[in-house]
Design a protein around this ligand. Structure first.
Ligand code: GDP
Ligand code: IMO
Ligand code: MG
Length: 421
């Protein structure tokens, strides 16, 4: 039995979708268990290119069963669109995708409140994806949430009615537009009718799978430094983004996790507000253009920076990462010199990530070292030996500093553009 947890070691978008799609061929189950459709995971394989928000990225491997655990918050419309997209592409999800009845529903008022709260915070806003994530998790932990199970127990209408009365009052106070109860009730009733074939309790599936020594791949959404507790709060997301989330969010007992794969981008990106110590501000520079990306969920431009080794080192320690997957090494090709953040100072004193909060992290001075780059296109390399010496040295520097071996290296967005060491 293997239970592999795949997590992002930075601020999300490390390339987790690609890695999960790559590893899924060997797996029986691939599961999501945190976050919601704030996630955008890109996969490129024989079926085409997909940006997936809710369905596990391993669903393309026909041998796998996809699980969406109770820890995931679901916008039903997004889930339906995704299932349709997969069916149209010939991937097929029915009969091998199961959604926990414990998962909470993102309601229209969650999305409206997300926008209103952000607006009210002005310059201090988090820069959320506006998918309703913060408000739905707030409702979950304050016993105001609505779950799929509420339909089966016929509690949906009564619970919705109370919530809509409450939420409409808040929306009006914040200058938003009132929602119509009947309309929301009917729309969600239709969603439930369509999604019903996918909803079932996962407890026995997970327990039977563990007993039968099956292979599980746990696909974390977001990155370590967006975690509610360990991230750069309040510039964070509303769920746990470290492996322990799989315990509550899927029902995997912690001691069954056999491997923790940390996905690390060869440089750093971040979407939304919050500290990014190694940020590159020169938008006209060659490196800024090279590192530039568009967010898979919102289409926003991602902020970019040099690789920050203190961030990766902290992630390795916090989550007990057993091996790293380094992604996007190909993007560094052509840079004469590459800067790497090796640590921080605050008021002249060395500090670690955990010593400061988000506002302190914004103030730190980064210690950099500069290493030599390489000119060769490495996108066709499929073995470590084929890489130029400087690229090999870059990889070795990361594993030495982070304290975990780099087992896979991404040299392109396609599934097979991967070096296994
Ligand atoms: P995720 O949220 O962690 O799944 O990452 P995203 O899909 O949001 O962003 C990662 C981006 O990098 C996507 O556009 C991927 O197609 C792309 N990508 C992933 N790995 C590699 C790689 O090794 N090389 C290149 N060039 N692109 C990659
Ligand atoms: P994947 O899984 C990058 C960021 C948002 C914002 C903060 C809070 O694709 O790596 P939220 O909508 O969650 O309340 O926004 O978190 N964020 C992500 N950034 N990748 C993601 O997911 C993200 N999910 C949320 O940009 O800064
Ligand atoms: Mg993403």
């Amino acid at each position: 039995m293997t239970v592999i947890s795949v997590i992002g070691t930075q601020w999300g978008d490390e390339g987790k979708g690609k890695v999960v799609d790559y590893l899924a061929g060997q797996m029986d189950y691939v599961a999501r268990f945190n976050g919601g459709n704030n996630a955008g995971h890109t996969v490129m394989n024989e079926y085409g290119t997909f940006k997936i928000h809710l369905v596990p990225s391993g669903i393309f491997a026909q041998n796998t069963i996809g699980l969406i655990g109770g820890g995931v918050v679901i916008d039903p419309q997004v889930l339906l669109e995704e299932i349709d997209m997969l069916n149209e592409a010939g991937v097929g999800a029915e009969g091998r995708l199961w959604v926990s009845p414990r998962s909470h529903l993102i309601m229209p008022y969650h999305k409206i409140l997300d926008g209103l709260y952000e607006k009210a915070k002005g310059a201090g806003a988090t820069g959320t994806t506006l998918r309703g994530i913060g408000p739905v998790f707030a409702d979950k932990v304050s016993y105001n949430g609505i779950r799929w199970s509420d339909f089966a127990s016929e509690m949906f209408e009564a619970r919705l009615k109370v919530q809509m009365e409450l939420k409409n009052k808040i929306i009006v106070a914040l200058g938003g537009e009132v929602l119509n109860y009947e309309k929301v009730r009917d729309t969600y009733g239709e969603y439930y009718a369509r999604l019903r074939p996918y909803i079932r309790e996962l407890f026995d599936i997970v327990q039977d799978g563990l007993k039968a020594n099956k292979h599980f791949l746990l696909e974390q959404a977001m990155g370590t430094f967006l975690d509610t507790d360990w991230g750069t709060y309040p510039f964070a997301t509303a769920s746990t983004t470290i492996p322990s989330a799989a315990s509550a969010g899927l029902g995997i007992p912690p001691r069954y996790i056999t491997n923790v794969v940390g996905v690390t981008k060869a440089y750093t990106t971040r979407v939304g507000a919050g500290p990014l110590p190694t940020e590159i501000h020169d938008t006209a520079s060659e490196v800024y253009k090279k590192f530039g990306e568009t967010a898979a969920t919102t289409g926003r431009t991602r902020r970019v920076g040099w690789l920050d080794l203190e961030i990766v080192r902290t992630a390795v320690q916090l989550s007990g990462i057993s091996e790293l997957c380094l992604t996007k090494l190909d993007i560094l090709s052509g840079l004469a010199e590459i800067k790497v953040g090796t640590g921080y100072k605050l008021n002249g004193k060395s500090v670690r990530y955990a010593d400061v909060d988000a506002y302190g992290l914004d103030e730190v001075e980064v210690d950099y070292k500069t290493v030599k780059g390489w000119t060769e296109d490495i996108s066709q390399a499929r073995s470590f030996d084929e890489l130029p010496t400087q690229a090999k040295d870059y990889v070795k520097m990361i594993e030495d500093a982070a304290g975990a071996p780099v087992k896979w290296i991404g040299v392109g967005p396609e599934r097979d553009a991967t070096i296994r060491r």
